[in-house]
Design a protein around this ligand. Structure first.
Ligand SMILES: Cc1ncc(C[n+]2csc(CCOP(=O)(O)OP(=O)(O)O)c2C)c(N)n1
Ligand SMILES: [Mg+2]
Length: 461
């Protein structure tokens, strides 16, 4: 297996240092380690088929690159469907062309889609049968919670839901790699990571029901509130990691974001600061192939993990549907951050099996065939196959997990129906710690507006 693992190479070459303790040489060492590894890997690879430039990224003139981009964007196959806004669009299959070409970089994988355990030269995990069963339980319960939430939205109990279907391994594997003192900055889809942080799942529903601004105390579980502003939490995480560093603590910080978010300026700025300050942050990009209706090849001309090279820290692509590989790679990255070796980018190559949110209809921009291809790589099925093959779990075990899922379903449905509506004026709380004249004015205006209803109903009597 040809392996793109710049992380492990640079981890072994990069000096251990904290910001301010290493001089120019130390910084150079980290950068060289990363650049050497990534460069070596990149040199070995054929350029991704179709959409990528023939020469390494950055060597072509802008004109050449844009001509090629224009040309490549017409090179799709298949029959025409209607795009999200009704325009004609060619259906696209992931793995064809662009940064995700089938002949592109291989993934760090420890469990094949068929559930066979394979070895990797740089990454491994040694888990007990109980821990392996625990990962299975985590993924099944997370999927069940997600299915319940989707159903609750359809029943009018939630305003919106962003499903994690298909991304369970990326989230559970990375989440279980963390220590309680590590700090997590999620997007809006990290229900599985929340589960690994022991955030009560029913609390995740409040914001989607519109009854609170988040629902949990971030500092109770070191799990920040969900962030809708794409990519902004990556900057928050980096700033937080710089603070951790200044405190002299040895915790890691992890920022979750999507393939679409990787195009945001905030993410580029976060990468720059994290690299320069050698911040203890892990950038965990779930490349689920889509940013609403935009495919990954619209985000990058190179595989996303390779972007780290330009910032001077290592990047690695992991099979995001392989819970063991996600755990192993994230554990290594977090260890690396804690020991002062700086940031690392993990691209978890996965697939959003459901819609972007319950407001989206993916049949308008992607094919059933593409979904079916990814269904064969289902993260839960493959771990189950492994557990069965190795006789690590029997039918009673799987039945017990199903029973637990049903109980969770009941609990979630009960919780949502008994969730209290907020006080109408609560929206003005928690805006400023010490209050603000403008908020006071708005509060007074709104109170008057609400009072006007009381008056009119009085008049109507
Ligand atoms: C700054 C900003 N721009 C645009 C949006 C609208 N928006 C919401 S989700 C999304 C796509 C995000 O895709 P990706 O980062 O791949 O994450 P995924 O939803 O696939 O998990 C966009 C553009 C937003 N919320 N914030
Ligand atoms: Mg995405």
């Amino acid at each position: 297996m040809t392996v793109e693992s710049t992380a492990a190479r640079s981890a072994s070459t990069a000096p251990t240092r904290r910001s301010g303790t290493g001089g120019k040489g130390a910084t150079k060492g980290t950068g060289q380690g990363a650049a050497k590894g990534a460069g070596k890997g990149a040199g070995k690879k054929a350029a991704p088929a179709e959409a990528a430039p023939a020469e390494p990224a950055g060597t072509g003139s802008p004109a050449t690159t844009s001509r090629k981009a224009a040309k490549s964007s017409t090179r799709t196959t298949g029959t025409t469907t209607r795009g999200a806004r009704g325009q004609a669009r060619k259906p696209r299959r992931s793995g064809q062309g662009g940064p995700d070409a089938a002949d592109g970089p291989q993934l760090v994988q420890l469990l094949t889609p068929e559930g066979e355990r394979v070895q990797h030269p740089d990454y491994d995990v040694d888990l007990t049968p109980e821990q392996l069963r625990g990962l299975y339980r985590d993924m099944v319960l997370t999927r069940r919670f997600d299915a319940e939430a989707t159903a609750l939205q359809r029943q009018g109990e939630l305003g919106l839901w962003a499903s994690l279907l298909g991304q369970e391994a990326a989230q559970i594997g990375s989440g279980r790699a963390l220590r309680p003192d590590d700090y997590v900055f999620p997007t809006y889809r990290e229900h599985g990571v929340a589960w690994t942080r022991d955030v009560d799942p029913t609390l995740l529903l409040g914001m989607f029901r519109g009854v609170n601004n988040g629902g949990w105390d971030p500092n109770s579980n070191n799990f920040h509130l969900y962030t809708i502003v794409i990519g902004s939490q990556v900057l928050h995480a980096t700033g937080y990691a710089m603070g951790v560093q200044k405190d002299g603590a040895d915790s890691a910080v992890i920022a979750y974001f999507g393939d679409g978010a990787s195009s945001q300026g905030d993410v580029a700025e976060a990468f720059t600061f994290a690299a320069v300050y050698n911040a203890p942050v892990v950038f965990f990009c779930q490349n689920n192939q889509w940013a609403i209706s935009e495919p990954t090849e619209r985000q990058s001309r190179v595989p996303i993990y390779q972007r780290a090279q330009g910032f001077g820290f290592p990047g690695v692509r992991v099979d995001g549907n392989d819970v063991l590989a996600c755990l192993a790679v994230t554990r290594a990255a977090a260890e690396r951050a804690r020991s002062g070796e700086g940031p690392m980018l993990i691209e978890a190559f996965t697939y959003r099996m459901g819609a972007h949110t319950t407001s989206d209809d993916p049949t308008r921009y992607r094919s059933d065939e593409e979904r079916a291809e990814w269904e064969a790589k289902d993260p839960i099925k493959r771990l189950r196959s492994y557990l069965e093959r190795e006789k690590l779990a029997d039918a009673d075990y799987f039945a017990a997990i199903e029973g637990e899922s049903d109980e969770m379903g009941v609990r979630v449905r009960e919780a949502i129906r008994t969730m209290p509506d907020p006080d109408s004026m609560a929206i003005f709380e928690n805006v400023y710690a010490d209050g603000h004249a403008l908020v006071d004015e708005e509060r007074a205006q709104y109170a008057g507006y609400l009072a006007s209803f009381a008056d009119s109903s009085e008049e109507g009597r």
